[in-house]
Design a protein around this ligand. Structure first.
Ligand code: TRP
Length: 328
């Protein structure tokens, strides 16, 4: 089998949290260790589709997200980072692909549909937002990615991308574009500290990779546990106890966690979880601070990766234009 070409990334809408770590960052480090070709897109253009009135927020978050990537051990010598807006080839491809997609098809995209509801767009959907799946197809195909690791909620994007790829190759009679395969990680999400839904910035239930040890302690203290567990002697409930959910993910002493499930007070469990999380986050925080205090180097890393990506993308655009007779 050929070595996969991975394309993955995030909208820069804030610093990354433990949910991102569990759902994608850890896997990206793994792909890097496999020696696979990996591109990571910082999707600032996509972030602007529903944030166009806050451009400087998006701008600042590009740096935040880049610091998080570098802090968890993604290495620019092995993984190529790029900023979406700085690869004009993506905008080029998007314009051509837009002819291959109907408005009705976009309307049926479940991810877009859900987001339109969540954001309350109703009858005022920004056109740029509405067509972002097409731009995402351009992100993926510009480097001829073969594999895109995504959460469940992004699967419709991959489907839409493959439809565009097939339509393009059929109409222009050449296998210019490559179909992609989605990898959905086994553990794709982490519940937030409120114990209700997945960890997310907008719900205010996140622990960030950049949180200080004190903030982590505070957040663990506020965690949802077991309301029926009042006295230490009461039998503890494990199911749905967020502290245990986190211990299961982050505590490496698994046999001790099993023992703890026999019953113990919240205080003891939370103290342990605080230690476990801070031990896990300490090296990440230390590395992050080094990058954060050297913004010039981080931006240089992004610039270099963007140049590498542009070279590959320019080849794709050339092939695309050739079969579309856009060569004069
Ligand atoms: N849609 C992704 C998100 O909301 C970000 C993204 C943009 C992306 N382009 C991509 C993900 C290409 C994977 C592949 O976080």
């Amino acid at each position: 089998m050929m070595k996969p070409v991975i394309l993955t990334g995030d909208r820069p809408s804030g610093p990354l949290h433990l949910g991102h770590y569990v759902g994608s960052l850890a896997n990206r480090v793994h792909y890097q260790q496999q020696g696979w070709t990996q591109y990571i897109i910082i999707a600032d253009v996509q972030a602007l589709t529903d944030n166009y009135e806050h451009p400087h927020k998006v701008h600042d978050n590009v740096f935040e997200v880049a610091c998080d990537y570098l802090a968890v051990g993604l290495d620019p010598a092995q993984t190529t980072f790029f900023i979406q807006s700085q690869v004009p080839e993506i905008a080029d491809l998007t314009i051509y692909y837009l002819n291959l997609v109907t408005v009705n098809r976009l309307r049926r995209n479940p991810t877009v549909k859900t987001e339109i509801e969540q954001k309350g767009f109703r009858d005022s959907i920004p056109a740029g937002f509405f067509v972002y799946p097409v731009s995402q197809a351009a992100d993926i195909t510009c480097v001829k990615a073969t594999t895109v690791p995504v959460g469940e909620d992004q699967l419709p994007m991959i489907e839409q991308t493959n439809e565009i790829v097939r339509t393009f190759n059929r109409i222009y009679k050449k296998e210019v574009l490559t179909e992609v395969r989605a990898i959905v990680p086994e553990v794709s999400r982490l519940v937030g500290i409120d114990g209700k839904t997945k960890m997310s910035k907008s719900l205010g239930n996140a622990i960030y990779l950049s949180d200080s040890a004190d903030v982590v302690a505070q957040k663990v203290k506020s965690m949802y546990t077991d309301p029926s567990h009042i006295k230490v002697s009461d039998p503890g409930q494990v199911e749905g106890n967020t502290v245990f959910t986190y211990l299961d993910v982050f505590d490496t002493r698994k046999d001790e966690v099993v023992e703890l499930k026999g019953g113990l007070g919240d205080m003891v469990l939370k103290k342990r979880l605080t230690e476990v999380l801070n031990n896990f986050l300490d090296p990440i925080r230390t590395r992050r601070a080094v990058f954060y205090n050297d913004k010039a180097s981080v931006m240089e890393i992004l610039k270099k990766g963007t140049l590498v990506t542009r070279e590959v993308a320019a080849n794709t655009v050339q092939e695309v234009k050739d079969v579309m007779y856009l060569n004069y």
